[in-house]
Design a binder for this molecule. Structure first.
Ligand SMILES: [Zn+2]
Length: 257
């Protein structure tokens, strides 16, 4: 009898040990993912690495959604991404985060990467000075941090409104891009788009734009939008994802960078 009780205790002890190990492993993975991310972003050549991403031959697609979050578009996009089990990146605007913090929280909790697109999306304000430029990035990070409950959040990745490659405000962008390294930031444009911001395409045309734009490319950074004032990308998102999967693409976001 005593032997049986003792044996039971030993089994219980082992089960407890296994449970503790599993919990520690789970927490370690969670923390490690974020830690790895931060250390990668503190490397000297972080900007070069991120700029080279789009020259890669691997069939990896980074879906990116700019200008949100908005109540009209973001929930539908989050739902489709969840159904398709695809992790994406949202380049959010600070003032929209302030209006819709719960959508940022949901996107973050779903495993999407929350990146920075400035506070105002107003080029005259953004580029009025170096301080204004950095302040827009920091105040956007602050709003994201409040929304997801993380102090001192830094997204580490910025996208210039209209893109770094656009001609408008070119000299300011070249000048201020150099400030990004000091705050452990890099910027990224895109190498593929469906032109949803041009508001003149039918859904099938949007899909064709994407197909034409990603032709003969390896790694894709795809520009789409989750705002109310552009074509409804959510209506073609599932077909776009299906097409890319058929073409052999896997989907990453900047946590995997
Ligand atoms: Zn934008």
């Amino acid at each position: 009898m005593f032997f049986i009780i003792k044996r039971k205790k030993v089994i219980l002890f082992f089960i407890l040990c296994i449970l503790i190990c599993l919990i520690v492993y789970f927490i370690f993975n969670l923390v490690n993912k974020k830690t790895l991310l931060v250390s990668a972003f503190e490397e000297e050549n972080f900007q070069d690495k991120i700029s080279n991403l789009m020259n890669g031959n691997e069939k990896i697609a980074y879906l990116t959604f700019d200008d949100g979050p908005t109540s009209k578009s973001t929930p539908k996009i989050l739902e489709i991404l969840s159904e398709e089990n695809v992790k994406a990146t949202f380049f959010v605007i600070g003032k929209h985060v302030k209006q819709n913090p719960e959508l940022v929280k949901q996107a973050y909790n779903d495993g999407h990467y929350i990146a920075n697109h400035g506070y105002s999306h107003n080029n005259n304000k953004l580029y009025s000075s170096g301080d204004s430029f950095i302040n827009e990035i920091k105040s956007t990070d602050l709003e994201i941090g409040k929304a997801i409950g993380i102090d001192n959040y830094s997204s580490h990745i910025f996208r210039f409104p209209n893109g770094y490659m656009a001609n408008a405000f070119k000299s300011q962008k070249q000048q201020y891009a150099k400030l990004l390294n000091d705050i452990d930031y890099a910027y990224i444009d895109w190498n593929c788009l469906n032109k949803d911001s041009e508001k003149k395409y039918t859904n099938s045309e949007l899909l064709n734009n994407l197909k034409n734009s990603c032709k003969n490319k390896g790694t894709l950074v795809i520009l789409m939008h989750d705002t109310s004032d552009v074509n409804e990308t959510d209506l073609v998102l599932k077909d776009s994802i299906d097409y890319l999967k058929e073409e052999g693409y896997i989907f990453n976001n900047f946590y995997d960078f």
